[in-house]
Design a protein around this ligand. Sequence first.
Ligand code: FAD
Length: 474
Amino acid sequence: MPETSNLHIAVVGGGPGGYAAAFLAADLGLRVTLIDPELNPGGVCLYRGCIPSKALLHVAKLINESRHAKNWGIEFAEPNIDVARLRSFKDGVIKKLTGGLGQLSKQRKVEYIQGRVAFESSTTLRVSRAAGSEDSLRFDRIIIATGSRPAVIPSLKLDTPRMMDSTSALDLSEVPGTLLVIGGGYIGLELGTVYAALGSKVSVVEMLPGLLPGADRDLVLPLHKRMEKIFDSILLNTTVAAVKAEADGIRVTFDGPEVKERERVFDKVLVSVGRKPNSEIPGLEKTQVKVGPRGFIEVNKQLRTDDPTIYAIGDVVGEPMLAHKASHEGRTAVEAIAGHKVAFEPNAIPAVVFTDPEIAWCGLTETQAQKESREIKVAKFPWAASGRALTLDRPEGLTKLLIDPQTERVLGVGIVGVGAGELIAEGVLAVEMAALAKDVALTIHPHPTLSETLMESAEVFFGTSTDIYRPKPR
Ligand SMILES: Cc1cc2nc3c(=O)[nH]c(=O)nc-3n(C[C@H](O)[C@H](O)[C@H](O)COP(=O)(O)OP(=O)(O)OC[C@H]3O[C@@H](n4cnc5c(N)ncnc54)[C@H](O)[C@@H]3O)c2cc1C
């Protein structure tokens, strides 16, 4: 076995897990080959996930804000939407970022191969280059970072551009008159928000009793209320029994106790029912890598698989399937390969839903605490008492801290409101640093900002918040 510093590493997949791993490995002095089918690194996150969706959501926010401005005495005309220009703005952002990653690969002397990979053994990869040639390449260590793809329900598969997944929805080929989003998870709600702002009449169907299953209900409530206004309909406890392509649209049959209209025709349907790990890599059976029942590759805390030369990171190893989790796992895997004493064991991985309002949480959630019958104290600060929220005319938000009643340590943070995705970073720091509620209360926050709501929640825990009044129990 070569010295750690002479190792040649292959990283399979150039998403936020793969490129972070490849770049750090190069920075640590290892020899690195990064292989991905795209022209440049970026993966789902940059080409058809986080980045294009957030570019479009920014535009949606602007449109919604301009419509809302009439409440402040400022009336704008309805926007004239040039879909082709909007598409090229989004594509331009993708090109800039992925091109930048291509540059960074070159600067670090990472060998980037545009191609796909199959395993020949635990150390040899068959690399099929996009340009046509094929090679067998030998490596000392291999990091699998092949990510995930949209889940498909066979009965909802129709070969027509009217049926979309998140990738084709982000292509933004047109703005349909009516759109049905199947699945009330974060991807469906984010994309539904975009299309609604652009002028589609959007309906959402979710088989469970609430949107964003898994998130705390008090955080979802303000979002649900606002979505009732921007969406045509939200159908809960409802499944899609059948879809049929017709000349003028997709005929959808609904099933469920609350269904009023059994059949409806939509111009387009977006299927957004979760994601599947890309673990069916050709030849993987020639290694000792184990794949679990849900398709995730099994790894230990160093991200090493059951095969001592192979590591795996990102969406392909499990939930939460989020870009920042993938890149942190990438770092840990590389450091482990380089011989550092490391383990991936975060206290808090933030989750953000970039809807309007945004929802964000980290660490322990109330839902999880209830499931585990864990005793916690919850301190909530309603944004109706936040000066900053009122200046923005967005008082519907809420910030809460989940606190250990014995140690007074902050175990989790949940926020709903505009900008929650930025605010949660402070919560992550508090949970990771094992901050006490007192630490958060004593940290002077700038006024007037939404960040004060974190400090105020801690004050609520001690009954000392001066911005809300709670009569003392007699
Ligand atoms: C619409 C949408 C919005 C999202 N928004 C967010 C968000 O706001 N925030 C967030 O954190 N996450 C978001 N995500 C999730 C995020 O994109 C993923 O968690 C993240 O991209 C996972 O990174 P990864 O490195 O594991 O793999 P991926 O980004 O999936 O990259 C894997 C790469 O491996 C390549 N590959 C697969 N098989 C092979 C093979 N055999 N050989 C070579 N290459 C291969 C793939 O083509 C791909 O390029 C979003 C996802 C979607 C779909």
